[in-house]
Design a protein around this ligand. Sequence first.
Ligand SMILES: Cc1cc2nc3c(=O)[nH]c(=O)nc-3n(C[C@H](O)[C@H](O)[C@H](O)COP(=O)(O)OP(=O)(O)OC[C@H]3O[C@@H](n4cnc5c(N)ncnc54)[C@H](O)[C@@H]3O)c2cc1C
Length: 596
Amino acid sequence: MTHYQTEPADIRWTEGRPASPRFEDHYWAIGDPSEEKAFVFPGQHDLAARWQTKQHFTIVELGLGFGHNFLATAEAFLKAKPSGILHYFAVEQFPISRETLDQYWRSRGHPLYERMIETYPDLIANWFTVWFHPSIRLIYVFKDANQALPEMEAAVDAWYLDGFKPATNQAIFNPFVYQQVARLSKPGATVSSFSVAASLRQGLSASGFTVTKRAGFGNKRELLFAANSGTWKPTNCEHLEDEPLVIGSGLAGIGVSEALDRYGIRHQLIASTSHTGASCQPAYNVYPQLSLVPDTRANFSLAAHYFVRQHAANFNEQPLYWRSLDQTRHDRMNRLSELLPVSLMRVDGDAVLFPTAGTLKPQDPEITPRHVTRIIERGQGWEVLFDSGEGIEANTIILATGAATPSFLPWSMKTIRGQSMTIRCDEELPDLYSGDFGLSRLSPNEYLVGSTYALDDEGIDVRESDVQTLKQRLLSHFSTAEITPIAHHTGLRAAFPDRMPGFGESLTHQRVLQEDHRLERSLEGGLRVQSAISKGEREGTSEVRFFAAIGFGSHGGTHASLAGESVAEMIAGAPRALPRSMRDKFRPDRFDPSRG
Ligand SMILES: Cc1cc2nc3c(=O)[nH]c(=O)nc-3n(C[C@H](O)[C@H](O)[C@H](O)COP(=O)(O)OP(=O)(O)OC[C@H]3O[C@@H](n4cnc5c(N)ncnc54)[C@H](O)[C@@H]3O)c2cc1C
């Protein structure tokens, strides 16, 4: 077992009832599990009454198991037709395999089970977010609760503690977890569990909950119900005074815009038609970027690859063959394939196959064409000025300006020129290929071949030397291919020094602008985000917010959708679907010199 993969649940079936030898316990009591689970979990929280208003309602379940609680809750939510959004964190350290789950639910039947199977992630120790339904966001957290809960940022309304019996599962039932439950709970948040063990009752009481025993299901005498101190109030969906302004309509701007749409947040998307961004390709190869140890970057890439498959408009899933003639790269990829589930990547002949890779062919979004020359902070919001001399005001700005970002803010970024070409080739080439170069089929005999990589080069001219480089790479893999270049595409990628994207809210720009000497330097350098207010005036203007989604380097196709989701959930006031440490690592202002 590797660090990437989770240990799957070990299940023993006796008389149609599953048990876990590890936890010396059954997954449910004798009888109909759906009825028992619906009674003990969604049945205890007065959900229909609490779902009346337009709100973010957050449930955390510890112990997803077969998914009974989630399916029952989702079904009840859809039946209640509330106007808000249900965010459901399903924490599970030993997930059941997709095959077992499918077999189980196929024989039982449930109106929503197919969607669960369809969205069920590979068994990798990570967080995976999916909009299960336009009003239900499901976050699978395949992690130990002790690691997962400290990473969560959410205002939780209800908890389902469904992780076997406390005596054999102290990984869930322990004082640290109870403290985390208290930390994340809203006033009046509710908890239910099938167990009334003294340790659980005492633990929750010590964390500030009022614990009661209620009548249990069937022949079980009791169940546990607990309520946090204070009065429960709904977390209303953020009411935004004005429409957020997304600047930039490349893959990052599209990712943010699609995510804002999912939250029903009206916004404006503006972009310069005179700026050649990186998103100028007819297609983008999409597959996760991995490392030999599952670090933050690789985990983000896995989560982003999962997300883009579920949500990006015009994503076409198809197998990608990765092959390199460089022995070191070849060996590394082979080693990686041993660490990950075969459903994600596996050795296939002399290549590595990514069965769930694909291509993204985004359509041009509807934009308002505007070239932004200056962004000025005023007391009540941002004033965004255009080269036409006009301007507009906005409280919330999302900068998605790719390689143009350093002209707005003093954030260290690298510019990387790239060139690719569309070719005609009558010989059959793979539909999707990567490694020493990228290849994707655009039509029966046309392919996109990419791409060159020139650091600190800002030229966007088409270069014959790049055409020759691409030709040679292609011919070194497919020597008999006769190709005719028919179009060329150049663009400028933008990357941070650590090669990781930057997304989320920028907090340091305020500090930068507050310091007069910095402001002067900004003006001298021609930087275009400025402040026209003093520190005192800024206080009380917390509605004024500045976000960014930038630095996607060579992987915007895979990473921009989830980054957009992360930005949109912050604007919407929803719980965060990525672990806190990951979001900290990807802060867009992490290379702001003023952070020290
Ligand atoms: C040749 C090449 C091949 C590539 N192949 C792949 C691939 O196969 N798979 C993959 O995942 N990635 C690939 N990439 C990388 C991918 O293209 C980028 O990661 C992605 O496009 C970055 O998107 P972005 O939105 O951050 O930036 P950009 O696409 O650069 O968008 C920036 C936006 O900001 C706007 N803007 C800038 N300045 C202003 C201003 N002053 N006022 C208003 N608007 C402004 C621009 O008009 C543009 O809309 C490739 C890149 C290149 C160059």
